[in-house]
Design a protein around this ligand. Structure first.
Ligand code: SAM
Length: 218
């Protein structure tokens, strides 16, 4: 691994976060290899959601028995493969990515690690894709295009089944939502406030990594 600063944003104490990671179940061999390959190929891999969020996704999928999953924001395929590792037989993950380079890397990871039959890479602008959804999902993970979270939320919530789960990453934006002064933190703060008052869902904002909201549709 290259010698770089902390590989992703952290709002918690770095040592506390490291301790939490060390005392959670470890990444699979596949995922460790995917991280190494992503790191070798790209200058920065700080967009990877990381093991705490990755394990949270896996546990929520296992507890809920979710089979039909939508992910907004693939990057190199880390969370798509994390979710696919625990997907029940016959389940499917649609993951949307518009960056050509990341599409290519993710695609090669899905086939290298044997997940072609479980993961469908949607090569599209997710902003448009979510306006044309035609099925109902058990589980949705939002992790792209932070200025447009409200757009993604409103369009995808109607396609989440009753009792379905949505996870939204980076909602604390390095704690900048506490005093929002740039467009992303203002947009995320507005999004968090909309969610907190939305009576269609039960939700909790967890101060895990960069802030992670978990919600259940009523
Ligand atoms: C934070 S990364 C996703 C990380 C991934 N979930 C993981 O943990 O490995 C966000 C990704 O969304 C992609 N993205 C951003 N805006 C998008 C859009 N409008 N449509 C599709 N993909 C988009 C970016 O190219 C980037 O790869």
């Amino acid at each position: 691994m290259k010698n770089r600063p902390i590989p992703y944003r952290s709002i918690s104490d770095v040592e506390v976060e490291r301790y939490a990671e060390e005392h959670s179940y470890p990444e699979s061999e596949t995922i460790q290899k995917l991280i190494r390959q992503s790191d070798n190929e790209l200058d920065y891999i700080d967009m990877l959601s990381g093991p705490l969020v990755g394990n949270l996704l896996q546990l929520l999928i296992q507890i809920s028995g979710s089979r039909e999953i939508l992910e907004i924001g693939t990057f190199t395929g880390y969370t798509a493969i994390k979710m696919a590792e625990v997907l029940p037989e016959g389940g499917c993950i649609e993951t949307v990515e518009m960056n050509l380079r990341y599409q290519k890397i993710a695609e090669s990871h899905f086939s290298q690690f044997g997940f072609d039959d479980k993961i469908m890479l949607i090569k599209a602008n997710a902003r448009e894709y979510v306006t044309k959804l035609h099925k109902v999902y058990d589980f949705i993970y939002l992790d792209a295009d932070k200025l447009y979270y409200e757009h993604y939320y409103q369009h995808t919530l109607t396609h989440l089944k009753k009792g379905g789960i949505m996870v939204v990453d980076n909602v604390l934006w390095n704690a900048n939502v506490l005093n929002p002064s740039d467009s992303k933190s203002m947009s995320l703060d507005r999004f968090n406030k909309i969610l907190a008052e939305d009576e269609r869902v039960d939700q909790i904002l967890l101060p895990v990594r960069d802030g992670c909201t978990v919600l259940r549709k009523r």
